[in-house]
Ligand binder design. Sequence first.
Ligand SMILES: [Zn+2]
Length: 550
Amino acid sequence: MSTDHPADMVLFGGRVMGTDPTGSGATAIALRDGRITAVGGDTAVRPMIGPSTRVIELRGRTVTPGFQDAHVHPIHGGLDMLRCDLHELYSLREYEDVIARYLGSHPDEAWIRGGGWYMAAFERGAPRREVLDRLVADRPAILQSRDGHSAWVNTRALELAGLTVDTPDPDDGRIERDPDGSPSGTLHEGAMDLVRRLIPDITPAEFEEGLRLGQRHLHSLGITAWQDAIIEPDAEEPAYVALASRGELTGRVVGALWWDRHRGDEQIDELVERRRATAIGRYAPTSVKLMMDGVLENFTGAMLEPYGDGHGGQTDNRGLLQIDPDGLRRWVPALDALGFQPHFHAIGDWAVRAALDAVAAAREANGPSDTRPHIAHIQVIHPDDVPRFRELGVAANAQPLWAAHEDQMDVLTIPFLGDRWRWQYPFRSLLASGAVLAMGSDWSVSSADPLLEMEIAVERRYREASGAREALLPEERIELIDALAAFTAGSAYVNHLDRETGTLEVGKLGDLAVLDRDLFDRGAGAIGEAHVVGTFVEGVPVYERPELDG
Ligand SMILES: [Zn+2]
């Protein structure tokens, strides 16, 4: 290689995660015109340095393929950052501080909106209105829980919505009440809409600002591509189209178009038309999101056998499939035949099985396809269904941050699952069965930091500072290299981006992240303590810290 064609950028003297799975072989990488032109040892790559080459001395730090988040809601994460943001805080004291500060800095906001609170921070998972009233009594306030299935409201919001002792629970939700029947300050599921319908709609400009902030946050965590897990035509979609058409969308995005469960086949033509009309630049709306069930903590996750009562007895509630399984066995083959990727939300083992059955119907009708169906969340998988992921060519889309003992798991989940608690998050079993493992965060439901998520996939427990307990099902721990592969090559596969990204190989696009340390040096601290110092898309920096060069 002569310097007649010098590289635009050379990084050397570190651990470069090339095609060698340990990453130990390569120490340097060169990029030109947005693509990788060399991966190898320093002596092979250094001759590509020319007078205008940007040279980054790694000094032992790691270069990985850009992380890809296979299930995330960046616009809502960005909108949350604009509002009263309680994410990643775990106590009422912290919530009070943040809310008070937010009120002080937003004196003219008519509605106090935000969220991210943690159910286990409150007795029975249900915060009370008086606590909010002490902070804000004159303006209505509504703050969603971290998982989005409940909302904390103050008395003013209840008054404006006309909710009283006489208001019945809606069919699809529940109002928390005092013994006398009056609303106590928490609304679950559909009951949230009784207040939410009064809130001014999010404007298109706000959606765009949310996407800008969300994208910036994801880039700061080394993420260069993602799958947006809910795209609706009057909400997220115009924001992606607007940013992509202006060249402001620097991440690569697969959009999962929301399947309206109140409708059937008739929406398929609309999905095809939206895919045609809105694909632009780095935005590819090629997936369809099928929300199969709710969550276990409020018993809306769909289970093959009923929930326990928490005291060793049984109930007759097995949750609910939110999409008709008979319809699903027609719709999923139809979507697959049209080249759409089915992206399922499935938490309970019934939901997972119904999703696998629908893909089996598609395989039977259409034969093999390249749509790469994937099932996100996969909290409880019946052991009989684990091998079906590989057999049917369904990728397992894991959110590893949830695979640990904490209050929501130990108080609100395990007691109601009985022995089935051992079927939770079987990542190692899935890998051993030969399934493709992808990973994602579900931000803003939980942190978007892939390094923190990889730490939990490896350790299955939180660190001391966040209330460490024993590992959750330690036999399902996976190796760091496998977690890293899931967050890069695995998610790239799910995003149909694996031909161009997901590994650092000559000829692929220069999408990569530089970490502040050797990720595989376990003496350097916990995996999740590592930080990204630079993120590049096609060789162009989308996030940089001064330490990158220093
Ligand atoms: Zn989600």
